[in-house]
Ligand binder design. Sequence first.
Ligand code: ZN
Length: 276
Amino acid sequence: MVRGGLNRVLVVGAGALGSNIVRELIKEGFVVGVADGDFVEERNLSIQRVYDYKDVGKKKVKALKEMFGNLNVYDTFINLDNVRDIMGGYDIVVDATDNMWSKFLLSIYSLREGKDFVFGGLRGNEGLAGKNVCLMCNLPYEDSESCAETFTTLDTALNVANLEVEMVRRISRGDRESEILYYDSGEILSFRPLPCSDKHEDFDIFISRQKAEDRGYIIVHADEVDIGSIPIDKPIAVYCEYGIKSFKVSKKLREMGYESYALEPVKICGYTHSYS
Ligand SMILES: [Zn+2]
């Protein structure tokens, strides 16, 4: 089946949500790309059933490519330096990541690049899915939880993946209206989100580690910022594990007159991202 209209879909993340979303979208005839730099791990097989024991140790995108063939793969985590390029060839961007920073990055850049945006999230028996929602306007970034890799169930993951697929179907049929679905143990509630009211330029306080190093900025952990010892005339790049504390600290430094940036997080949910 070949689809018309908005049919090119980029799925970011190939874990419990993403692997199922990719499988379903390919089955339904969408042109699909998937981005993830992670490996298949045995400990995750119980909620990532698209993968098998034979896939353990392989890159997730490689395993999916072997399964489905007709799939564009990006063997990388999404970051500030690659997000525009990777989403460039697609109509719809689907968030299937497991961390808040990546979700906000995808939300903001989808809006800026004029892409339809679908997101999903999991926690325990609960989940959220939605389309064309500005996460910055609807979830307070500075109060967001650092890491979404909490306990979840196979059932919840499958149901939320299905809701995200349904969001993609609706967009491809021309229903691009903003909506949020809340899932709790089989019940689904629908919400009308707040419209986007800002360009969210404050997110541009984030820069890549590479850029900060190339420009010779002082790089300091958010917990170790010592105002007394930082020269006011040198740019500072603040980092932390999840990109929330660094955001707050560098905003504060700007208010104090420093040229300050936040590094995009290097470690998300326990594994280290490589931005090389
Ligand atoms: Zn907004």
